[in-house]
Design a binder for this molecule. Structure first.
Ligand SMILES: Cc1cc2nc3c(=O)[nH]c(=O)nc-3n(C[C@H](O)[C@H](O)[C@H](O)COP(=O)(O)OP(=O)(O)OC[C@H]3O[C@@H](n4cnc5c(N)ncnc54)[C@H](O)[C@@H]3O)c2cc1C
Length: 493
């Protein structure tokens, strides 16, 4: 029996990881110490890049059928709108923000995992592990109090912000804790005049107020409140913040969740220690204000799963796994820096700085290029791996994406259950010979290149690994020969 990969934590990241591994036929077990899924709405925003990944994994339809479509975000002061950014300018087949409570995201991912033959083992806690060159010996405790030793091929810590795996590895979680606290409320609103498919941010001298639709009539409210006291807020307090900072005439009722949270912005340096990986909040935590934490974590899983599948199946050189941290760590750092800047902008206290912020925001959001730059960032479609060790060649002189960039967003996204690279090149003998030489890595189907003449090697997760001009195969060869397992190395022709 092959050893399973052990995924610890069945939040959105662990569930994505387990489902992706199961889709690629890698034996996997997933455990969670809690008895059941979260009932809290927590992360609401699923951005286009995550939707693209869910489409490739074959479970997007269920998400689209369950979530609410948001089409724009507006910035207001009282009843005056300073600016509005529409999501239809996002260069993705899914140019929208899907609003879906995290509890639903987890339910849909768990159903998807079940459709692939996987099941979360609940009330099962990881209590110790030892990393060895052959595998990771993990000790877990079941609800009955019984201990079990799992001999895992790899251990993936998707165990959240307080990660046991990260702490056991002794990895520093570097970053800051903001001094300002936030209030969060999921409530019913009447008299709220903003269209129900728009997110709204209200800037006020007292602080910011964010209002996000969840479902017809229900909204998520977030507001900065200075220092947090021990008690959660009550509905009256949230109502008075809405009255002061909001557009006026809005009545709150029927709270489903009233709480407060502090903002941590932290990350580990390296997402890997030998046979142990970290992903999601275990590796990086963000301000919820930017709606990026869960999306970034789920994309960690999409990045790691195909690499682990190829290595486990003996098709790729284990060095491929080093690219996971090299690619994902800069992404989290950049998102942390950006969401940190956004949070600080929202928290400006100085009245002069607040007036300047309103003036500049109004002017800048009038430029379509500025709007596009903002949504491309938020949506995740601008994420790229320009410094990836997997990249080869350059797209100079070609019309199409460069190594490390996301490939061809407007193509229909194919669901494949094998982690395969695809070759996009003109149909000739050399291209077909190359496909024949790397049968374990390359999809046998040759596809037409975006500009009709160059060649693109595209990774299973939809990013470009290598590009070359017509007839110049060396960058593509270089990329493939770096990745292919030495034992599976094809003979030179
Ligand atoms: C109020 C709020 C709003 C947010 N809004 C957004 C948003 O709009 N968009 C967004 O992208 N993100 C948002 N986030 C962040 C998002 O909720 C997190 O990034 C996300 O939950 C991280 O998922 P995860 O799977 O990494 O960790 P978690 O969801 O924390 O899951 C970790 C799991 O590991 C389990 N576990 C822990 N230790 C062990 C152990 N030793 N053994 C077994 N199991 C263990 C836990 O029980 C838990 O189920 C928000 C967060 C908050 C608090």
């Amino acid at each position: 029996m092959p050893k399973p990969v052990l995924v610890v934590g069945a939040g959105p990241v662990g569930l994505t990881m387990a489902a992706e591994l199961a889709r690629y036929h890698v034996p996997v077990r997933i455990i969670d110490q809690s008895q059941g899924r979260t009932d809290k709405s927590r992360a609401l925003a699923v951005w286009p890049r995550t939707l693209e990944c869910l489409a490739a994994s074959g479970c997007l339809d269920a998400f689209l059928a369950t979530g609410l479509r948001a089409d724009a975000i507006g910035i207001h002061t009282g009843s005056r709108r300073i600016g509005r950014i529409a999501f239809d300018q996002i260069a993705s087949p899914f140019n929208l923000l899907l609003v879906i409570p995290q509890s639903e995201t987890e339910r849909l991912l768990e159903t998807h995992l079940a459709s692939l033959g996987g099941k979360v083992e609940r009330s099962t806690e990881l209590t110790a592990f030892t990393d060895t060159p052959e595998g990771v010996i993990c000790r877990v405790r079941h609800a009955s109090g019984e201990n079990e030793e799992i001999d895992a091929s790899w251990l993936i810590g998707c165990d959240g912000a307080h990660s046991f795996v990260r702490r056991t590895l002794g990895m520093a979680f570097e970053g800051d804790t903001l001094s300002t606290g936030f209030l969060i409320a999921d409530v019913h609103l009447t008299g709220f005049a903003i269209p129900p498919n728009e997110l709204a941010i209200f800037w006020h001298p007292d602080g910011a107020l964010m209002v996000f639709p969840i479902s017809p009539g229900r909204y998520r409210i977030i507001a900065d409140i200075g220092t947090i006291s021990g008690q959660p807020p009550n509905l009256g307090q949230v109502q008075s913040i809405m009255d002061r900072r909001g557009p006026g005439g809005v009545t709150l009722s029927d709270p489903a969740w009233l709480s407060h949270f502090g903002v941590n912005e932290r990350t580990v340096r390296d997402y890997r220690a030998d046979r142990v990986f970290l992903a999601g909040d275990a590796a990086h935590i963000h301000s919820p204000a930017g709606g990026q934490g869960m999306n970034t974590g789920m994309q960690d899983a999409f990045n790691l799963a195909w690499k682990l599948a190829l290595v486990e199946q003996g098709k790729a050189n284990p060095a491929l796994l080093d690219s996971y941290s090299r690619e994902r760590s800069p992404v989290a750092r950049q998102i942390l820096a950006e969401s940190g800047r956004l949070t600080r902008l929202v928290l400006l206290r100085n009245p002069l700085a607040q007036r300047l912020r309103g003036f500049l925001a109004h002017r800048m959001l009038g430029f379509p290029e500025v709007q596009r730059a903002i949504v491309n960032r938020l949506s995740g479609i601008a994420i790229a791996y320009p410094d990836s060790p997997l990249n080869a060649g350059s797209a100079q002189g070609l019309r199409g994406p460069s190594p490390g960039q996301r490939f061809m967003p407007d193509l229909p996204i194919a669901v494949r259950d094998a982690a395969r690279f695809t070759l996009w090149a003109t149909d000739d003998t050399e291209a077909r010979t190359l496909i024949g030489r790397y049968p374990s890595l390359l999809d046998p189907h040759l596809r037409a290149p975006p500009d009709g003449k160059g060649s693109w090697l595209v990774r299973p997760d939809g990013y470009v690994a290598a590009t070359s001009r017509a007839g110049k195969w060396s960058p593509i060869e270089a990329a493939l020969s770096k990745i292919v397992a030495k034992t599976a190395h094809p003979p030179k022709t």
